[in-house]
Every structure is written in C-alpha cells, then in structure tokens.
Design a protein around this ligand. Structure first.
Ligand SMILES: NC(=O)c1ccc[n+]([C@@H]2O[C@H](COP(=O)([O-])OP(=O)(O)OC[C@H]3O[C@@H](n4cnc5c(N)ncnc54)[C@H](O)[C@@H]3O)[C@@H](O)[C@H]2O)c1
Length: 319
C-alpha cells in the first residue's frame, strides 16, 4: 500500500491487518504520521517502509511478492494546486506511472486507486454517475488524478492488469488531517469568536465516513478481483449532501460557541472548488455495499476524535 501512513491508508492498513492480510506500507511521511502506523508496526505480518513512490527501487522492493497494490500516496490537497503547479503532476500522475511500471516489473497486476470526485469538474448532471460527460477539468489535482486513471486503464488494456478505481467524495472520521472540518475546528480553537469561511458558505458537497470508504473499496475490489485485463470505475460517497454553512453550525454547536462567521465571498472558495459535488454511487451499491454513517454522524465522529487527540492538531499545524 502506497500512502499507508496517511489518513485513509493507515485506516485501510489497520482493517486489512485485522482481517489477517499481510500488509506492506510504503510512505514518505510527507503528510502521513508515525502515530498512525505505530500500532501496525507492532504486528508481525506488517512491514512499514519509509520511502518515496518517485523512487523506483523503493517501489520495486515494496511491491515484490504482493498480490494487490492499493495506491493511495498522493498530494491529496486540491486547494493549493495553482500555487505549485508541478506538484500534482509529479506526486499524482508520474507517481502513478511509477507504481504501474514497478508492478509490471515485479509481476503484480492488481491495482486499487484512490481517485476523486474532483475529476468531474463542474458537471451538469446530479447526482453525477461515473459515465456522465464532464466537459472540463477545473483543478490541477483533478486533472492529475484523471491522468492516473487513464494510465491504469491503459495498463489493464495493454498488460492484462486488473484496475479498480474509486472516485471518492471528501472523507471524514478518525485520523482526518486535511479539509474544511479540521480547518474550521483549528481556527475556532485559536479564536472562538470568529470564523473565516472561504467562498459564500453555500458550497454543497457529499462526505463519507472513513470506515465506510474502506468497506466500499474492499467491496469494489472483491467484485473485480478475478477480472484480468479489465478496469472498473466507481463513485464512492453517500447519497446525501451538506452545505458548508450547515457544517459550520454542527461544528460550532459541538464546540458550544457562537462565533461571527465571515464569508470571503464568491461561489468557489479557491480555484477548483466545485460549488456542488453529489455523486451517484448506485454502481458500487449494487455490490451490496452501503454506508453506515450519515454525513452529520461522520462530522460528529471527526469532532470527537479531535477532542480526544488534541496533539494530532498540533502536529498538523507544525507540519
Ligand atoms: N481525504 C479525502 O477526502 C480524499 C478525497 C478524494 C481522494 N482522496 C485520495 O485518497 C488518497 C489518500 O488520501 P488521504 O486523505 O489519506 O491523504 P493523506 O495525505 O493523509 O495520505 C497520503 C499519504 O501518502 C503519502 N505520500 C505522499 N506523497 C508520497 C510519495 N511521493 N511517496 C510516498 N508516500 C507519499 C503521505 O505521507 C501520506 O501518508 C489520496 O490519493 C487522495 O488523493 C482523498
């Protein structure tokens, strides 16, 4: 698993290890945290390698002997793409190409990929199905992930790989380290009297609880694991949405405060911020998978984790 020390990757690694799967994690700890893999490292069927997916040797040695590669390592932040335009290309597209080449060299041909709903840009159909036309990319992050999807599909076609691609909505839950819920919580811990919200606060999006995300990935993999030469794309989210200002209300209610909320204005908080993300997840649901938590429950779960782990917020600030 690349990116196995990150928010989603470490949670997935825990789940696989608990299911008796032998797990090898490759992570450069750029945004991943040692605390997230500390428990894993004590298990004898788990190997955690500190290394970079841009380093072909490290990749080859991590992949040797593996049946499936979960490729989660990435720059996972859509927001700062225009400030560092090469980062998404290198960390997301070239990194995915490297993973595929190392797999080919090592004879491993099943890949599970964490793509994103951001690849739809600003579509016209809601909820948005996998085969919806999406006229233009609106973020370097989305563009770099879509290129990664294309490479995986080409390796499936050209080299008989099995590819299972998931387009996640935003994920929440324990170990959540980046996104609006942690941004707001941290701001409000520093100053409970005011909150700055990027955009007009009316952006409407779907979120998914991390354990539901992992169950979804495993369901999608299970449905395709024997399909050599095929690639499948699944949206992975909930059937609901929430407006940013409503999640502000949940967060301030949880914290028991009533700050003045300042909106920076505009329908988008940053270049590439989609005003509406609502994916049609019926394709993955047809495998029998269904999310267990609502968005509101997932936000509460995330806030409870912040309350219990204040040191994780400090770490993140320092990073
Ligand atoms: N969190 C979300 O809401 C969300 C939504 C859509 C897609 N995704 C995708 O899911 C995956 C996991 O996201 P996350 O939220 O857990 O992010 P994260 O930042 O917590 O995890 C990414 C992990 O990859 C590692 N990494 C980054 N670059 C690396 C490199 N060059 N070599 C080795 N390791 C490297 C980081 O150290 C980190 O542990 C990413 O691919 C992300 O794009 C996440």
């Amino acid at each position: 698993m690349t990116g196995g020390a990150g928010f989603i990757g470490s949670t997935l690694a825990d789940r696989l290890a608990a299911d008796g799967v032998e797990v090898v994690v490759l992570d450069n700890f750029s945004t991943g945290r040692r605390a997230f893999v500390a428990g894993l490292m004590e298990q004898h069927d788990v190997t955690v390698i500190e290394g970079d997916v841009l380093d072909q040797l490290a990749l080859r040695s991590a992949i040797e002997g593996c049946d499936v590669v979960f490729h989660l390592a990435a720059n996972a932040d859509v927001r700062h793409g225009t400030e560092r335009p090469r980062r998404d290309l290198e960390q997301n597209t070239i990194a995915t190409s490297n993973v595929l080449e190392a797999m080919r060299e090592m004879g491993t041909n099943r890949i599970v990929f964490s793509s994103t709903g951001s690849i739809y840009g600003e579509p016209e159909v809601f909820p948005t199905p996998e085969d919806c036309p999406f006229p233009a990319q609106t973020s370097l992050y989305g563009a770099s992930k879509l290129a990664g999807e294309g490479l995986i599909q080409a390796y499936c076609h050209g080299f008989g790989f099995t590819g299972v691609i998931f387009r996640f909505v935003s994920v929440l839950g324990e170990r959540y380290t980046h996104g609006h819920v942690v941004d707001f919580y941290r701001q409000l811990k520093q100053d409970p009297t005011r909150l700055r919200v990027l955009g007009d606060g009316k952006q409407e999006k779907s979120y998914l609880y991390v354990q539901d995300c992992i169950s979804g990935m495993l369901a999608g993999l299970g449905a395709n694991i024997e399909r050599e030469g095929a690639s499948e794309v699944y949206n992975l989210g909930t059937d609901e949405t929430i407006v940013v200002d409503e999640s502000v209300g949940l967060i301030t209610g949880h914290m028991g405060i009533s700050p003045t909320v300042e909106h920076t204005g505009g329908t988008r908080g940053w270049p590439g911020d989609s005003p509406l993300i609502h994916l049609d997840c019926s394709k993955l649901r047809s495998t029998g998978w269904t999310p267990e938590l609502t968005i509101r429950e997932a936000i509460e779960q995330t806030l409870d984790w912040f309350d219990r782990n204040p040191e994780q917020l400090e770490d993140h600030e320092a990073a």
